[in-house]
Design a protein around this ligand. Sequence first.
Ligand code: SF4
Length: 301
Amino acid sequence: MSDLIDEIKQLKQERKAIILAHNYVRPELQDIADFTGDSLELSIKAKNAKAPVIVFCGVRFMAESAKLLSPDSMVLLPNSDAGCPMADMASAEKVADYKATHPETVIVAYVNTTAGVKSHVDICCTSGNAEKIINSIPLDREILFLPDRNLGGNLNRKLKRNMLLWPGFCPTHDRVTPQMIETARKLHPGAKVLVHPECDTEVVALADEALSTGGILKFVRESPEQEFIIGTETGILHRLKSENPDKKFYPLKPEMLCPNMKKITLENVRDCLKNLTEQIELSTEVMHSAVKPIEEMLSRS
Ligand code: SF4
């Protein structure tokens, strides 16, 4: 393993590359990354770093967002099969059709969407800034929220809005049930239950907090509590444990894994740096139009 890591470091230097790792990817990738974080946070860090080559350890829509924000950099996705089933539940064609037939509706897209979809929406949001973005839209405007019906439903409930919801969901978070929360509380009484708002509204109602990955990391860092049940992809436990060695963490379910987030390996990173594959390429039209809703979000958050 150390030979492989040395090889990656050498190639990284030769290519003047930076490596980004999402909070959910394999621990060994988080350990070699220049930056770890959520998808948008990483894209913004990459933009500021101005590296000629960006290796994105995550899934395709994240690498696309990095390309949108760093158009002059070469963005590499080390395993071309790493996709996001939820992002793929909204196609650019269907969203374009909706926009054409409902020009008065404000379309809000979670960043977990393809660049093609982003090119047809009005504004993006993350799970961390979604409340602020939705609150910035006048109450009398109709909103379509996509692609995550759970995140949208949780926002509707919390903000007392009535957004129309696209029927997408994250298979990893949608599998969480209220019974799982009850069982975990019995096993670890006194532990705070933190879930991601991509979970169902009934699950969120039973949790102590529903937070983005960045929100979970911050909450744990600042909390005087010592034990936490974590209801999101288990990859985040690596960072939680290394940042808070004296606190205890229990996954809500050990099998809360996103197979796509685990597809990239150290070997893939070595090979992509060696061969400069797979490069993210977007049409000029998509590059031009898909960055606009991200910039609109950044201007309001
Ligand atoms: S955890 Fe869910 S939203 Fe994230 S990449 Fe996997 S399927 Fe997509």
